[in-house]
Write a protein that binds this ligand. Structure first.
Ligand code: LLP
Length: 434
């Protein structure tokens, strides 16, 4: 009935998540509130880990791209699923460290890691550092020298693939700030150089072509380009690439218009390309890694808001204001991202009105959606926005000094907090005023 399996409706016509009444959750924890269903997250994880096993046996690992939603509880959950973790900043790395995540299963990404971040990664002993460019390679080699350590690295490659998604979340084409280009020879040069550095162990390659992608062909093309590059490296440098990280980017369903490919189909198609190219080019199969973020956590989360004032402007539009907005979900403002909305307290009532859902920030563009079909809404209703598990909390801000919402996890009929609601004291805690 709803776009996520963890959602349903109870006899009071309230939306439920993981069997719990969302209206009661909103009352208990306050709003705005991020709510996650643990079983759904685990189910999404297992779709990947089982599929990986089916198509690559033990020669693969699924990493969770923690940028989608990174908290200590989430790191623990991912660890308990036996997965690895993609981190992209010192903050994400520190979160994982504090959660006791095994460092050998961490891949550290980023196009502009600072010296301090690289030092932190070396001191924690992270499994792999994904080197983005020549400057980083040299800095890392130097830092390893000082720390008397060797770094096992992957290289971020632009495979030159144009994935059909929003411009801001497209990353595999040549005009991208991420990685080094194949077609100009830059990537081969980077590998040649890395191979001469004593503190660098060249382990693998990485690519990521973008996010919220529904087409299969770009993933297969990227896999083919990367496998061919592995063969070229072998030929030209005599180097065996042991790991190929194919990134994340699998689209999820935000509205009924979205039609994602099943992961199994994706795995099947990509693994076929990988194996065929290996055979054709006569190279060994590398260990395959993938790093989904959105598709692990997106469908497992919703956001609950309290409806405030409703403003009808005849002939123009109807504004429905909620007690959050761009500060807890900037995705509509940034990407025109579409969501499914419903009134949690009248979940199946006919949607016979159209609203512009506005936030409470002092900014006209602070909207969560336009032309949103809903039943007639009133102050005090609970508005649910579905599939907000990925890139909502992680992109939240304190704009207008709004405290960030709490996040809770529900499981087997129980709920618990995983992120406390910020207080006004949290808002001023770093201010210095003498
Ligand atoms: N690996 C790398 C290197 C990435 O850059 C990303 C996402 C992922 C994996 C995970 O991609 P996913 O499976 O989640 O699509 N803030 C945007 C999305 C930015 C994605 C950035 N990189 C949004 O809200 O749509």
């Amino acid at each position: 009935m709803f776009i996520s399996e963890c959602l349903s409706v109870n006899e009071e016509n309230h939306l439920t998540i993981g069997g719990l009444d969302t209206v009661s959750l909103a009352e208990e924890y306050g709003t705005p509130l991020y709510v996650f269903d643990e079983n759904q997250i685990r189910k999404n994880c297992r779709l990947y880990t089982e599929s990986m096993k089916n198509f690559y046996g033990d020669n693969g690992l699924i990493l969770y791209a923690s940028k989608a939603f990174c908290t200590m509880a989430m790191c623990k959950l991912i660890d308990s699923e036996g997965m690895g973790l993609d981190v992209v900043s010192g903050g994400e790395l520190y979160t994982a460290h504090k959660a006791g995540f095994p460092m050998e299963r961490i891949y550290f990404h980023g196009n502009n890691k600072s010296k301090a971040e690289l030092e932190l990664a070396l001191s924690f002993g992270v499994g792999r550092i994904v080197v983005d460019n020549f400057d980083e390679l040299h800095l890392l080699n130097e830092l390893c020298d000082k720390a008397e350590k060797k770094a096992a690295v992957l290289f971020r490659i632009k495979p030159g693939i144009d994935a059909h998604t929003h411009d801001f979340i497209m990353t595999g084409q040549i005009d991208s700030k991420f990685g080094v280009a194949l077609e100009t020879g830059e990537a081969m040069e980077l590998l040649r150089e890395a191979n001469t550095l004593s503190n660098i162990e060249v382990v693998g390659l990485h690519c990521h072509i973008g996010s919220q992608i529904f087409d299969l062909p770009p993933f297969c093309e990227a896999a083919q380009v990367m496998m061919n590059f592995i063969a070229d490296i072998k030929k030209e440098l005599g180097l065996t690439i042991q790991e190929l990280n194919l990134g994340g980017g699998f689209g999820i369903q935000y509205t009924e218009n979205d039609d994602p490919v099943s992961y199994d189909k994706y795995m099947e198609a990509v693994s076929r390309t990988v194996k065929e190219t290996a055979k054709k080019r006569n190279i060994e199969l590398p260990r395959i890694l993938m790093e989904p973020g959105r598709s692990i956590v997106g469908s497992a989360g919703i956001t609950l808001y309290n409806v405030g004032f409703v403003k009808e402007i005849p002939g123009i539009r109807n504004y429905l204001s909620v007690d959050g907005g761009m500060a807890d979900n900037p995705r509509y403002m940034l990407y025109d991202a579409e969501y499914t909305f419903l009134l949690a307290n009248r979940a199946t009532e006919e949607k016979n009105k159209t609203y512009t859902v506005a936030g409470k920030s002092c900014e006209s563009g602070d909207l969560l959606g336009e032309n949103v079909p809903l039943p007639e809404a009133h102050t005090g209703d609970t508005l649910a926005v579905l599939a907000t598990g990925a890139y909502n909390y992680s992109m939240a801000s304190n704009y207008n000094r709004l405290p960030r919402p709490a996040a809770i996890m529900v499981k087997d009929g129980k709920s618990h907090m995983i992120i406390k609601r910020e207080t006004y004291e949290d808002i001023i805690k770093n201010d210095i005023c003498e």
